[in-house]
Design a protein around this ligand. Sequence first.
Ligand code: IFM
Length: 448
Amino acid sequence: MGNIASFPSDFTWGAATSSYQIEGAWDEDGKGESIWDRFSHTPGNVKNGDTGDVACDHYHLWRQDVTLMKELGLQAYRFSIAWPRLLPEGRRPVNDDGIAFYERLVDRLLENEIEPYVTLYHWDLPQALQDDGGWAARATAEAFVEYADVVSRVLGDRVKYWATLNEPFVSAVIGHLWGVHAPGHEDMGETIAAAHHLLLGHGWAVPVIRRNVPKGQVGIVLNPSPQHPASPSYADRAAAWQADGFLNRWYLDPLTARGYPADVVQKLDQPMDVVHAGDMEAIAAPLDFLGVNYYTRGVVRDEKVPAEENELQTLFPGDEKTEMDWEVYPEGLYEILCRIHFDYDFPALYVTENGAAYPDEINPDGTVDDPQRLSYFKRHLVQTARAIQAGVPLHGYFAWSLLDNFEWAEGYSKRFGLIYVDFETQQRIPKASARWYSRVIESNAVPE
Ligand code: IFM
């Protein structure tokens, strides 16, 4: 059997997770409350009343999880650090037990020759900072720098790859405009402030991480995706461009010293007084890499969603959808990687997340077959290889996710893992897609 795609010899293969989605131990060993603890403990916010209190119990089962990574042949593991586990109040004093947990994890990864890729912020803001205004307040960007300093001082001798934020669009918009994620607000002014302070915290943290980790590679992770017009009409094309501005250019432009896109600023028609002198220069701190999380594209029509004044309608068309109701559109990964490379200027790109939720079941013989997820990965990897062929400096690919986990407002109802998790017993079962992914890693190629 031949291969349908192959990869450069120094390409990195990994899988990703995030702290709140897998760790559990929400109030153990001195950890402070996060906005996701508060949000999920509030009835009505998360499907089935699920919380991340226990999740995959990774806080206790991390040794076993590293062993599973090793068995899969992973070369890299992308995970995030729970800010309130380290700084329970968001700022110093430091919780030594929290530090010890991540030191042990990193040491074990390195012993197993698995490269740690750390993300500092994957949405679990300390509740104490939220009580003082959260990301809508400029002080939170300052607190983020303090936190980045603490982590990079402690782990900088062992961790080379650092991402500041995961998907600031989601933190800002889904958390502050749609009200679907913590902190559950619905306010456009707050959304713009939160997006700005997230980017500002990022920009301020970059030189601090560089100082503490002189040989480090520092970047940020976004969730850019092509926004296609639903028809060739002028109105739909303009709407798609606007959606692109709100999702993609609002982050990509300032990170590359272009400032906020003027068309979006005009359309939003909001005061931009959160932007102070010097902020845009700080946000444009040069980066070593950009992480791209890709799941689907948007298809946009020039129509308002009923009852949501500021939103354009985004449709997810196509016959094939994942359980999230997201269209399976592998060509979009090629398109967005090429666009980012040819329109912007990042020295390196990574696919830091890509994957799909499907309703998995355990077979009578104890195995889990997930042909749809396997096919999703396969087709997206073909597009990844195509982007490299086209000249995109893509250095690695991380499957989302290592484990089935807490899928935010969807709770445990959506399974994204390469490894099945029985949330009653915490038993882990590598799915067929995991075994297939091992073969991809081993051969550095996608088999037919
Ligand atoms: O589970 C999330 C992850 O936390 C961020 N990116 C998208 C994934 C799937 O929704």
